[in-house]
Design a protein around this ligand. Structure first.
Ligand code: KG4
Ligand code: ZN
Length: 341
């Protein structure tokens, strides 16, 4: 099946043409990083306005590709949540319009499922899967038994990992997004600061706000030299990666899975990727997948990758699709299964 996929949940407007959920024929992403950089984070009102300003540019590129290749998509897939409401609405309305013009079904997609199945764009997953989803809005461990059966076994109680990277970068007067910059700094540093591990009563729950406060306190003491900042970035990153990888290893040992996936924007982190490779060497019988760098952050290819396995809605049901900023995976399946009936 050829799917035209749309992702607009945060500060990227992305469209892609995906064949059979695994082959990316085309992708165009318009990122607003420049717009939000000076504010130290995404400003929701600006994000939706920028989507409105630029989505027609992306649509035009996709149309040129389809015309040149003489291709007609068989379905349109769009992210319905979670995300920023104004941003989601632009993509959903674009999706409804394109699906109705083409006369094809619309497939609503949950953003996190997109991140997980971005792995399929490297190599097809074998179920059951254990995924560590790390992004600007999410830090979750998820077991997937099939494309439509997912259980969240743990998530963050407070900040998401990417969010902490971005907030620390802001304190250091570095532009948004802080993740890639802190990652680069960390590679040159040494562990001169020791931060406490969060104590959690739940086996797979995460918490990063204590670590964030500890790092921010060091910054606010003032007088940090460039090399202190680099060592602080290294020490912070080491604590984060130890925490993520320890919980991932516990889950690998406890659950009988065949594939382990690392995904989401923070999966672009060089040291986290390296640690993931080390874990794969210790637990050899499993398949380990990390999306290519271009599919780690928000993108439409990942939405097309999972859409291939989700139920499409006929044209008469498409008006029931709306944006759900806090949509959980369980709510997503409940809502759209009911719509289908
Ligand atoms: O998945 P994504 O594009 O958007 C969300 O769904 O949140 O993730 C963006 C997040 C940002 O917080 C960004 O700082 C972080 O991913 N990020 C990184 C790196 N590259 C992006 N964090 C750590 N190291 C990186 N190399
Ligand atoms: Zn994301």
């Amino acid at each position: 099946m050829i799917v035209l996929a749309i992702e607009s949940s945060c500060d990227e407007f992305s469209m892609a043409i995906i064949k059979n959920g695994v082959e990316v024929l085309f992708m165009e992403t318009f990122t607003q990083i420049q717009t939000h950089a000076k504010y130290g984070g995404v400003v929701p009102e600006l994000a939706s306005r920028e989507h409105v300003r630029y989505f027609s540019y992306v649509v035009e590129k996709v149309k040129c590709f389809l015309d040149a290749q003489e291709l007609v998509p068989q379905a349109v897939a769009v992210t319905v949540g979670p995300g920023l409401s104004g941003s989601l609405l632009v993509g959903i309305n674009a999706g409804k319009t394109i699906a109705s013009i083409l006369g094809v079904p619309l497939i609503p997609v949950h953003h996190i499922l997109g991140h997980i199945f971005s792995a399929n764009l490297s190599e097809e997953v074998t179920f059951p899967i254990l995924s560590l989803v790390v992004s600007g809005g999410h830090t979750e461990l998820i077991i997937s038994k099939t494309y439509t059966n997912h259980v969240v076994i743990g998530k963050t109680r407070d900040d998401a990992v990417g969010e902490v990277y971005d907030k620390i970068a802001k304190q250091l007067s570095l532009p948004y997004p802080g993740g890639p910059i802190i990652d680069k700094m960390a590679q040159q540093g040494e562990r001169t600061y020791i931060f406490k591990k969060p104590k959690m009563d739940e086996r797979y729950a995460f918490s990063f706000s204590g670590l964030k406060s500890a790092v921010v306190n060091e910054i606010r003491k003032g007088m940090l030299t460039e090399s202190d900042k680099i060592n602080l970035a290294h020490s912070f990153q080491k604590t984060v990666i130890d925490e993520l990888s320890n919980k991932l290893i516990q889950a690998v040992e406890e659950f009988n899975v065949k594939t382990v996936v690392l995904c989401g924007g923070v999966s672009a982190n060089s040291q986290l990727r390296q640690r993931f490779v080390e874990i794969s060497a210790d637990y050899k019988s499993l398949k380990y997948l990390i999306p290519k760098i271009e599919y780690c952050g928000d993108n439409a290819a990942m939405i097309g990758a999972i859409a291939n396995y989700l139920p499409p809605l006929s044209i008469s049901k498409q008006n029931l699709i709306d944006c759900s900023p806090n949509l959980t995976i369980a709510e997503f399946f409940k809502k759209y299964n009911e719509v289908k009936e």
